[in-house]
Ligand binder design. Structure first.
Ligand code: CP3
Length: 346
């Protein structure tokens, strides 16, 4: 096994003080990169995910071109519903589309808890190849969607700002919702364990729609299942939980034992730290739209963010995925400002 030349991310997740803050960006492999756009014109989205050589190449692009301290495997959270038996399409300029969403208890008969090696082995192959090609330069992050966020797409059948259909399903058919959430959870545990076996150095659970639920419902329909996943991975791989908008439950999320918690830009770092406690690494929380500001403004605002997180384990990141129209130079300015930040002097 190659030893890592840059393990800042992993040391920060262990709660160690490091010489500088590690930095990566959610959705860093993607549409703001011209080399990604070239491959995007040649191959469909799922071709890019399912061809290990392409996935590995796309995963490494931001390491080479932006200088981030971690790679995140190029894939999508929706490969899990696909592996469970649902058809998933990505429609140009419209986003994900699942033509036969789950509506009632009988629909669960169409789903399976798959053999992940058989149905998602291509992700493991992509991780192994990426790991080999990275040659220890930076750690490799694996990921999965949180069960609640996957339920949103599996029930609603497409993206939505409110996911009312998914919420109505949970509130009117809670027993069926919980059966579905448990099936997703069991699949996700096997899937993330497989990612760790294939070389993922850390894994992130994306609960992009966690913030749509009030605190009680977040506990009932989301955190209950995230907790199971974190517990199952406890001795396997470090885990980062990112539940966008669910800052009200940071204390409960820290209590899951996750090593890292992602936060968005709508909470002050100091308040997040008070809620999460001193031990967990906090990840975030730059407003992705601020990468559209002039570069000097980006530098100033990133420095202010780093100041606000000082004194405790912090992974610099955006508060959500990078936007497609961000100029490459602006993404680089974000990363470079973090790398040049002097911990001792200000
Ligand atoms: O971080 C990375 O660079 C790794 C790749 C990654 C993708 N999707 C690739 C992708 C990751 C981590 C994801 C996670 C994901 N997918 C989430 C959680 C994170 C988040 O942003 O909230 C969600 C909700 C999805 C579902 C999804 N996939 C949507 C809503 C869309 C369409 C909208 C969009 O952002 O483009 C996708 C497609 C998708 N997944 C693209 C990429 C690069 C765009 C495909 C393309 O146009 O090339």
């Amino acid at each position: 096994m190659t030893t890592l030349k840059n393990d800042l991310l992993l040391r920060t997740l262990r709660g160690e003080a490091t010489e500088r803050t590690p930095v990566w960006m959610m959705r860093q492999a993607g549409r703001y990169l011209p080399d990604y756009m070239k491959l995007r014109r040649q191959y469909s989205f799922f071709e890019r995910c399912q061809t290990p050589e392409l996935a590995a190449e796309i995963t490494i692009q931001p390491v080479d071109q932006i200088g981030v301290d971690a790679a995140i495997i190029f894939s999508d959270i929706l490969v899990v519903p696909q592996a469970m038996g649902m058809e998933v399409q990505l429609v140009e300029s419209k986003g994900p589309f699942l033509p036969e969403p789950i509506k009632k208890s009988g629909d669960l008969e169409r789903l399976m808890i798959p053999d992940v090696e058989e149905r998602l082995g291509y992700v493991f192959e992509a991780l192994r190849l990426t790991k080999r090609n990275l040659d220890g330069r930076v750690p490799l992050i694996g990921f999965a969607g949180a069960p609640w966020t996957l339920l949103c797409y599996m029930v609603q059948g497409q993206g939505s700002k409110t996911f009312d259909g998914a919420k109505a399903f949970c509130y009117t058919q809670p027993a069926t919702a919980h059966r579905l959430l448990q099936m997703i959870t069991d699949t996700t545990i096997a899937y993330l364990k497989g990612q760790a076996r294939a070389g993922a150095d850390a894994v992130q659970i994306f609960d992009s729609w966690g913030g749509l639920l009030g605190p009680e419902d977040f506990e009932t329909f989301s955190l209950t299942y995230i907790r199971q996943i974190v517990a199952a991975l406890k001795d396997v791989v470090p885990t980062i939980v990112f539940a966008k908008g669910a800052w009200h439950s940071l204390e409960q999320m820290a209590a899951t034992g996750a090593q890292g918690l992602g936060i968005d830009w709508c909470i002050r770092p100091q308040m997040a730290r008070e809620l999460a406690g001193a031990n967990v690494a906090l990840q975030g929380n730059f407003d992705p739209a601020k990468l559209l500001s002039p570069i000097p403004v980006i530098r100033k605002e990133v420095t202010a963010m780093l100041d606000a997180f000082r004194g405790y384990p912090h992974i610099a990141n955006l508060g959500h995925g990078i936007l497609p129209d961000v100029p490459v130079d602006h993404a680089k300015a974000f990363v470079e400002t973090v790398k040049n930040y002097k911990h001792g002097t200000n």
